[in-house]
Design a protein around this ligand. Structure first.
Ligand code: SF4
Length: 399
């Protein structure tokens, strides 16, 4: 299956060990079918350790049903999602996810859904529809918007939300809630965070040691650790070492994309993974991406008041900040990657990104003094090549 899909996009093959990640990535949707544990389908930026601590398997819906499984499919109509009440011009990611889950609603392996309110309304609405139609419960954590004036109350509130989540699961599944379980899972998650941070740092090198597609998928594994954090950690260490070797070996590095324009990507990407190939065909290379950055922007403090610290970490996540604060915080991460330019992706139907686009663009331009462009993705999965003139022209002016 993995090889069949890979033939449709170019897995540029810079890293030998990338094949292992790719296989894990593509096989996630089959893996949950044979899981002996509960499968909790989650909104992408909920830290997966919360679900592992519930002795369940996390499943990042946008990643696996919106992206990976989209690679397998031909053009789809979103019939099931629309019949269930979503409008045809809704966010395409959520349309695809809802459509896929509802098309298999009698046989879905998902046992419950976990969302977040106060972040992406479209995702929460999709989760509500999926929960209603599949008759699987939905739990939603409310995440207060970041505001330093209300820090104490906001963290207390979020801590209570997390406590409630664990209590709900312990009541319905006779699961005893212990903070040590969370701490145990956070420690594993933090080891993965550190490796992804180190891999990201390697991209700040003059010649990035991996392709754009490779990095995008590697950083997206933060969504749910591909249902196997221990195996993922082992493979990521191999990838990190291989990338370091590539940087040391000047012969390899000098032959690769010497003049490529270094691009930092912000926002939701298109659902077609060919986009990352297209960036390189147009003369660019990805040196950082904020799509899953909120899950590894920092490690979670490993203390005995883990619920409080986890609540604080979630609350301080750049994604939960008002737009100007988010842009300020993001600028620091972008600067570290030493990009030549920044690309902001907007999906048709996404109100969240559309409303933030202008402010983020202005703040980043002012802080970093590099070109910034916005790209709009339509709901069609086939027209990625239509973006080529825009990307090419932008890369040209960024050099
Ligand atoms: S593209 Fe926008 S609406 Fe869709 S999942 Fe992302 S943030 Fe939510």
């Amino acid at each position: 299956m993995a090889e069949q899909i890979a033939s449709k996009i170019h897995l540029n093959g810079k890293l030998k060990n990338f094949k292992k990640i790719w296989e894990m990535f593509i096989e996630s949707s089959d893996r949950i079918k044979v899981s002996q544990k509960k499968v909790i389908a989650k909104w992408k930026l909920i830290p997966p350790e919360i679900i592992y601590a519930l002795e369940a398997v996390p499943y990042d819906l946008l990643l696996h049903e919106g992206l990976t499984r989209n690679v397998e499919r031909n053009r789809e109509t979103h019939r099931y999602a629309i019949e269930a009440g979503l409008s045809a011009d809704f966010c395409p990611w959520n349309l695809s996810v809802t459509n896929k889950i509802l098309s298999e609603k009698k046989s879905t392996s998902v046992t419950s859904f976990l969302g977040a309110s106060g972040v992406c309304d479209a995702s929460l609405k999709s989760l509500e529809i999926m929960s209603e139609q599949t008759r699987k419960p939905l739990h939603a954590i409310e995440i207060p918007t970041y505001n330093i004036q209300s820090e104490k109350n906001a963290i207390l509130f979020l801590e209570e939300e997390l406590k409630h989540l664990f209590e709900v699961f312990s009541e319905s599944k006779e699961y005893d809630y212990f903070e040590e379980y969370i701490l145990f899972e956070v420690k594993i998650g933090n080891r993965i965070r550190k490796i992804i941070q180190e891999i990201t740092h390697l991209l700040s090198h003059k010649h990035p040691p991996m392709s754009s597609l490779e990095y995008f998928i590697i950083h997206a594994t933060m969504g749910d650790y591909l249902q196997n954090p221990n195996l993922l950690e082992k493979i990521l260490i191999e990838i990190k070492e291989e990338a370091k070797e590539r940087i040391k070996d000047k012969n390899i590095m000098n032959s690769n994309m010497n003049d490529a324009s270094r691009i930092y990507y912000i926002g939701e990407p298109p659902q077609n993974l060919r986009f990352w190939n297209l960036i390189e065909e147009c003369g660019g290379v990805l040196v950082g991406c904020d799509t899953y950055l909120p899950l590894f922007y920092e490690t979670i403090p490993e203390t005995n008041s883990i619920l409080k610290d986890l609540a604080k970490w979630i609350w301080e996540n750049p994604y939960h900040m008002p737009i100007p604060d988010r842009a300020e915080s993001l600028s620091k991460h972008i600067k570290r990657q030493n990009p030549d330019c920044v690309m902001i992706g907007n999906s048709v139907g996404c109100r969240k990104l559309a409303s933030s686009d202008k402010i983020i663009k202005e703040i980043i331009k002012e802080k970093l003094k590099i070109p910034v462009t916005s790209i709009e993705f339509s709901s069609s999965n086939d027209d990625i090549s239509l973006l080529e003139p825009h990307i090419k022209a932008f890369i040209e002016i960024s050099k």
